[in-house]
Design a protein around this ligand. Structure first.
Ligand SMILES: Cc1cc2nc3c(=O)[nH]c(=O)nc-3n(C[C@H](O)[C@H](O)[C@H](O)COP(=O)(O)OP(=O)(O)OC[C@H]3O[C@@H](n4cnc5c(N)ncnc54)[C@H](O)[C@@H]3O)c2cc1C
Length: 452
């Protein structure tokens, strides 16, 4: 098929260098945000490039309505920049919201507009140069290192140069463009489905919660009944509802299957089918669910939410066995306690969920952030080097903040001695810096650096 696709040759030409920085971060989701802030706070000059007009990634681009747990059910596992952002977001929300959520760190609803403003301000405070509406579409390489990244935006085609590049695109775009190795999906290329998340207003939360028809918070009964009567076309009898106030909630409800988020045709189909499904679901909610009679559809995601695309092949691949045995590694830079949460690839298949016991977590080694064969790229976020099962767990936003913070801190340490060799880092120095910044890398590591 590939050799039947017609091609054209782009003539060689000179393009302007837009900027040079110690660190270029591609992608402004939780991983990119953590990376840019950490690198800048550690003294590096940082350029953060994001294709949308705001930061936050899935939380703002796709309206994913809640942060997954920061804790292992006993203590916070994700601390540092991730926890700072969670707490700062909460502190800007309505008083009633703060009263309800002040002490809670798990499944906190996201106010996407507050998050966007907060992240703009944090970048300005840290001195990060942010470039919005810009896509990283090409890289130039020499001797196994990226020499420049090519960016596209309204100004035209330009280049950016850095010592270290942080790939926080969640699809491992930089690694892919640099010819790095990656895996995608399961054995037959199957991928978790996408979801078009949405926000409804004009709801009556008290009426909803007190309704006997829906058994308190749980919509399962109503969904199953409607499915069996052919009134609701969703694959799963679950809806994630995150209340921002008594009248407004974000919904993670319904799946669109067979979408590869690294393919533009699939993303287009996901947008169109996703919006149609949201219209259908909203109509059903209005007709069926007490308190939702006057629901007003305020917003759908700018892009369908994508759970799974490329995973890099890194110096270490974190496996399900590592997850299950709660393994620690000498070069841990974060820990993960979230469960394996793989949504079904087909409407007829089931969910895969594997929980760790309370208080347990596994390590995320620095090596899992380093794409094989590339010297000056650190990958953070959804695309790090794991097997498929573990990606179903490490992928969530709190983890991405922590991985980003580690990547950014590592990049700044490397920049201090103008090194482009990500593998040359003194891991102990990186861990010490992370612990000082408030990260938790497991008691063994944290205790070792307690008094330093
Ligand atoms: C439907 C759904 C529900 C989910 N539910 C939850 C949940 O409840 N809680 C939770 O914590 N997690 C949840 N997740 C997982 C989580 O949202 C993502 O895995 C996480 O956001 C990944 O973070 P990231 O920083 O790696 O990438 P993303 O959040 O995807 O951010 C990547 C950013 O990079 C930008 N970008 C990409 N490519 C380029 C490029 N080439 N040039 C420039 N910019 C680029 C994108 O615009 C985006 O802003 C959910 C995901 C989905 C899809």
């Amino acid at each position: 098929m590939a050799d039947t696709v017609p091609t054209i040759r782009i003539p060689e030409r000179d393009i302007p260098v837009y900027a040079e920085a110690d660190v270029v971060v591609a992608g402004g989701g939780p991983a990119g945000v953590g990376a840019a802030l950490a690198a800048a706070r550690n003294g590096a000059s940082v350029l953060l490039i994001e294709q949308r007009g705001y930061l936050g990634g899935m939380a703002t681009v796709s309206q994913v309505p809640a942060f997954c747990p920061y804790t292992d059910h006993i203590k916070p596992v994700i601390r540092g920049i991730g926890l700072e952002i969670l707490n700062d977001m909460k502190s800007r929300m309505e008083n009633a919201f703060q009263d309800e959520w002040r002490e809670r760190l798990d499944w906190v609803p996201i106010d996407a507009e507050i998050l966007k403003r907060l992240l703009d301000e944090k970048m300005a405070d840290a001195g990060v140069k942010v470039l919005y509406h810009t896509f990283v579409g090409h890289v130039l390489q020499q001797d196994g290192a990226i020499e420049a990244a090519v960016i596209h935006n309204k100004t035209g085609t330009q280049a950016v140069k850095a010592n270290i590049y942080i790939d926080a695109t969640s699809d491992a775009d930089l690694t892919y463009l640099a010819g790095g190795r990656f895996a995608i999906g399961g054995d037959e290329g199957e991928l978790q489905p996408g979801t078009m998340c949405f926000v409804l207003n004009n709801l009556d939360r008290n009426k909803f919660l007190s309704s006997s028809e829906i058994h308190g918070r749980d919509l399962k009964h109503a969904i199953n009944k409607a499915k069996s009567e052919g009134r609701l076309r969703v694959a799963r009898d679950w809806a994630g509802i995150s209340w921002l106030n008594d009248h407004t909630a974000g919904f993670n409800f319904g799946h669109i299957f067979g979408i590869d988020g690294s393919n533009a045709d699939d993303l287009t189909r996901g947008a169109i089918e996703g919006r149609a499904l949201v219209e259908h679901i909203t109509g059903w909610l209005r007709e069926t669910i007490p308190g939702f009679e006057n629901a007003f559809l305020t917003l759908t995601g700018e892009q369908i939410g994508i759970r799974e695309t490329r995973r890099i092949v890194g110096d270490y691949i974190i496996t399900a066995d590592d997850f299950l045995k709660c393994r620690s590694f000498p070069d841990d830079i974060a820990r993960n306690a979230y469960f394996i949460d793989i949504h079904m690839a087909k409407p007829t298949s089931g969910m895969t969920m594997v929980h760790l016991p309370p208080g347990e977590s596994h390590g995320i080694p620095y090596r899992a952030l380093l794409p094989v064969g590339i010297k000056n790229v650190i990958v953070a976020g959804r695309a790090i080097s794991t097997d498929r099962a573990t990606q179903g767990s490490t992928r969530v936003m709190p983890n991405c903040f922590a991985m980003g913070e580690a990547a950014g801190t590592a990049a700044a340490i490397l920049a201090e001695r103008s090194s482009r060799e990500t593998r040359s880092i003194d891991v102990a120095a990186l861990q010490r810096r992370l612990v000082r910044q408030g990260a938790w890398l497991g008691d063994a590591i944290n205790e070792g650096y307690r008094d330093l």
